[in-house]
Structure formats: structure tokens, C-alpha cells
Ligand binder design. Structure first.
Ligand SMILES: C[S@@+](CC[C@H](N)C(=O)[O-])C[C@H]1O[C@@H](n2cnc3c(N)ncnc32)[C@H](O)[C@@H]1O
Length: 208
């Protein structure tokens, strides 16, 4: 697996099957903080669903400065989880990554601040059905783009996510595609612009 340096100094990977980077080239770590963690806000003790965990930037960024988080990550590619072991990360997030480097060998790890990441390896379109109802406070929604992976951005998937989150809970994603927002709204979400980071168009925040 070949790591590619993004403009904030953090690394991403290029996926051959989807012909897409895992993150924006303007900054993988910046994307995690600005489009996900800071965009929706995280509080100690939150239950978080990381839908398409990849290298874990979104979840691991969420643990910085927080305690008692219960994070579930859905991911179908064990190779990308293995790549976390050798991922070089900016110093600001080094300690947080240090705790979770062995997720490929141990899919449930708790860091010194009692933040737990538990991975469910498999097709997220199926594993999402194993999650409890009305449970999560936040969802980081991060599949490949709607053009490349339309099945991930369907009304059915958003309906399932709507069911597993609490009233008032928020979902963050980088896409602002009209069809995506229509599917979110059809599933019951209120939809608003997220921050503009690394490109002209805004991200999206969906609220139950
Ligand atoms: C855009 S990348 C996510 C980047 C990730 N959030 C990170 O911080 O590295 C999309 C991820 O979704 C995973 N993925 C794609 N299809 C999936 C599926 N059906 N079920 C679970 N994971 C899937 C890919 O393996 C990849 O790791």
C-alpha cells in the first residue's frame, strides 16, 4: 500500500478499485477535524459510529481531548486497517494514534483515557443491521464518493442510520450532492451545510 502525502502533512492512500483517494489531497487530518469532529462537535462519553473507518482518522481525531468515547467502526478491508500500524502521522495526533495502531490484530482497543474503538469487519451495508436502535450521538459517514459507490449513499442506508442514532444526533459527511441530500431528507433527516474545507462546496451535516 502506497501512502501519499496530503497538503497538511498527513498521509492518505489511493484506492485502485475506485480510482479515488481516501481523503482530500488538501489534508487528510484536516478533513477529519474540520468536516467531521469539529463540524458536529464531540463530547465525553459520546457513542460514535464511524461508517467506513479506513485509516481511522475521523475516530482517532475524535479521541483527542476526549474521554469515555465508545466508537464503533465499520470497515470491509482488513488491509487498510493493517496499514494503520505503519502510518506516519503529524505530531499533534501521534499519541492518539499510538493507542490504536494494533486494531488489525485486536479489533477492540481502549486508550488511556477510556476511549474505546471497536471494529466490525465486513460489508457495512450488512453489518449496520447489527447495531442497536437509538444508540449513537454522532455518525462520521465516509464512503467513497456517490459517483463511485452509489449504493452507500442510498435512502435505505440513511434510513438505517436514522434508526440507530438518537433524536438530535448528527451525521457528518464531505459530500453535498443534491441526490445525497434528497436521500437524507427522505430518510427523515434535517440537512444543513457543513464547513467549506479544501474545495469550493460545503460538506453536509444531517440531524435527526
Ligand atoms: C473514503 S475511505 C474512508 C476514509 C477513512 N474515514 C479514513 O479516515 O481513512 C472509504 C473506506 O470505506 C471502505 N469501504 C468501502 N466499501 C465498504 C463497504 N461496503 N463496507 C465497509 N467498508 C467499505 C473502504 O475500504 C475505505 O476504507
Amino acid at each position: 500500500m502506497q501512502f501519499i502525502k496530503t497538503q497538511d502533512g498527513s498521509y492518505t492512500v489511493f484506492n485502485q478499485k475506485y480510482q479515488e483517494h481516501y481523503h482530500t489531497i488538501s489534508g487528510a487530518l484536516e478533513e477529519a477535524f474540520e468536516k467531521h469532529v469539529n463540524a458536529v462537535g464531540v463530547e465525553n462519553g459520546f457513542h460514535i459510529l464511524d461508517f467506513c473507518f479506513g485509516l481511522g482518522y475521523n475516530s482517532i481525531a475524535a479521541t483527542r481531548g476526549h474521554k469515555n468515547l465508545k466508537i464503533i467502526g465499520l470497515e470491509n478491508d482488513i488491509k487498510i486497517i493493517e496499514a494503520i500500524k505503519n502510518l506516519s502521522v503529524p505530531t499533534e495526533i501521534e499519541n492518539e494514534f499510538a493507542a490504536f495502531r494494533n486494531l488489525a490484530e485486536n479489533p477492540e482497543i481502549t486508550d488511556p483515557h477510556n476511549n474505546t474503538i471497536k471494529l466490525i469487519i465486513g460489508n457495512a451495508l450488512q453489518t449496520v443491521y447489527s447495531l442497536p436502535k437509538d444508540h449513537f450521538d454522532r455518525v462520521f459517514f465516509d464512503p467513497f464518493s456517490p459517483g463511485k459507490q452509489p449504493e452507500m449513499w442510498s435512502r435505505k442506508v440513511f434510513q438505517k442510520l436514522y434508526n440507530v442514532i438518537k433524536p438530535g444526533a448528527k451525521l457528518s459527511t464531505y459530500s453535498c450532492a443534491k441526490s445525497v441530500r434528497q436521500n437524507m431528507i427522505a430518510a427523515g433527516f434535517k440537512v444543513m451545510d457543513g464547513p467549506i474545507v479544501g474545495r469550493k462546496s460545503p460538506a453536509t451535516i444531517a440531524v435527526k
